[in-house]
Ligand binder design. Sequence first.
Ligand code: HEM
Ligand code: HEM
Length: 159
Amino acid sequence: MSIWFLLNGLLLIWAIWNVASGVAVHTSYIHILLGFTGFLFFIFNWTRNAVFSTIRNIEGRQNKIRLARMSKRIRPYHRWVGTGAFLIILLHAWAVVALYGFDLGNMKILTGFLASINLFVLVLSGWYRLLVDPRIRIRKLHIRLGISMFILTAVHFLY
Ligand code: HEM
Ligand code: HEM
């Protein structure tokens, strides 16, 4: 098992906690539900990292084959889930800015803004990897952008 399963699970629980507290105190919460949906799309794709590192480390051929089959089934959806995450987060940002204005002095808005730039580059690196250059350098970049996206999302939840 990869430690990332645990980390992803914790981030998911944190997101649910924040969303529940947000929805409880706001009269208008479409922007929060959009943020949550975009987050779910991201964490679904990022779990591919947990599955891949489990395949690399797990004992037993049968287990490896089972996980590899599962990840192969998900593969065709990966690109659209990632692109969808970005589009939904754009709607989240649009709804937030309509509500509060584009105030980068607000840490929640600043951290969200940085996270969505990261997400944009992550999605671009994915398409680049698929269509232009699948070499190891781009693969590493794609994974590192996933890690920084994970961290920025956690920072976004902190404020
Ligand atoms: C320009 C981009 C972004 C802006 C301006 C932004 C802004 C905000 C703001 C102001 C809130 C608080 C809403 C409230 O309490 O009324 C919020 C909540 C939320 N955002 Fe973002 N955000 C952005 C990007 C993102 C990204 C990239 C993610 C994750 C993939 C995300 C996920 C969430 C979630 C799940 C919530 C609800 C939970 C919470 O309040 O912590 N947002 N966002
Ligand atoms: C939320 C956004 C995304 C995240 C978190 C993400 C994450 C990942 C992860 C963790 C892997 C496996 C890492 C490895 O190679 O060991 C991967 C593989 C890959 N990703 Fe993404 N990705 C995202 C979006 C995209 C998009 C939009 C595309 C567009 C085509 C894409 C294309 C690929 C390709 C071609 C692979 C390698 C083939 C495969 O294993 O399926 N990714 N991605």
